[in-house]
Ligand binder design. Structure first.
Ligand code: GTP
Ligand code: MG
Length: 216
């Protein structure tokens, strides 16, 4: 039977669909420094964006169950391009976006990232949803606001994902979830449901998989 889970909107059937969708090998396709480098628009795209070090690459590894698929690092700004991942038979590809809000980045580099991200968000027809990653310890920062303003302006559908939940106590988690949801609810292109995750413990990963499987 299809019983509702804790999150009333995701059913066990959807969780199972998400599990199956990601239970296949994923591979790195390419690094794109400009939109002309992107693969053909032959399948939908799910993008992961957020400040440097928020855990984008780690989340892609957790979703696919492949620890070394996307490169992770303690050095902010590691992912400086659009990195593309695919799986044979999966109707979507995953796009690891360059991190923003990296204070020490040279100006020229910031400019290049910004124009790449802007070109991608503005002109990429297959982009179905962007997951906006927010560090659960910090909540929405001004660099995130800037990104979300752009997403709202371009009418790119996005959904908030809190990362690194394992770094907080349960009581603090409740507060940050609520505060973040309040902010997201005011935004035009934001999805109402926020997903709380930890790539370290696996919290919320099944839910995120289900959300993605739903989009296919
Ligand atoms: P850039 O590519 O530089 O923009 O960073 P990113 O957003 O891809 O972050 P990445 O996945 O490389 O993770 C940055 C650091 O945070 C790494 O040291 C990860 O191990 C750590 N990290 C990522 N996710 C989690 C998490 O859920 N819990 C904990 N405790 N650490 C995490
Ligand atoms: Mg990265």
């Amino acid at each position: 039977m299809n019983r509702p889970t804790v999150d009333e909107e995701i059913t066990d059937t959807e969780l199972e669909a998400g599990r199956i969708a990601f239970a296949r090998p994923w591979h790195f396709v390419k690094t794109c420094v400009r939109v002309d480098d992107l693969p053909p628009a032959d399948r939908i795209e799910i993008a992961f964006a957020g400040r440097s070090n928020v855990g984008k690459s780690s989340l892609i590894n957790a979703l696919t169950g492949q620890r070394e698929l996307a490169r992770t690092s303690n050095t902010p700004g590691r992912t400086q391009a659009l990195n593309i991942f695919e799986s044979d038979g999966a109707p979507w590809r995953l796009v690891d976006m360059p991190g923003y809000g990296f204070a020490e980045a040279p100006k020229s580099q910031v400019k290049q990232w910004t124009s790449l991200v802007h070109d991608y968000l503005r002109g990429r027809a297959p982009l179905r949803r962007l997951f906006a990653l927010i560090d659960a310890r910090h909540g929405i920062k001004s660099a995130d606001e800037t990104m979300m303003n752009e997403l709202d302006n371009l009418a790119v559908s996005y959904q908030g994902v809190l990362t690194k939940a394992d770094k907080l106590k349960a009581g603090d988690l409740g507060k940050i979830v609520e505060a973040t949801e309040v902010k997201l609810r005011r935004r035009r292109a934001a999805h109402p449901r926020l997903i709380l995750t930890s790539s370290e413990t696996g919290l919320g990963i099944d839910r995120l998989r289900a959300e993605i499987a739903r989009l296919a």
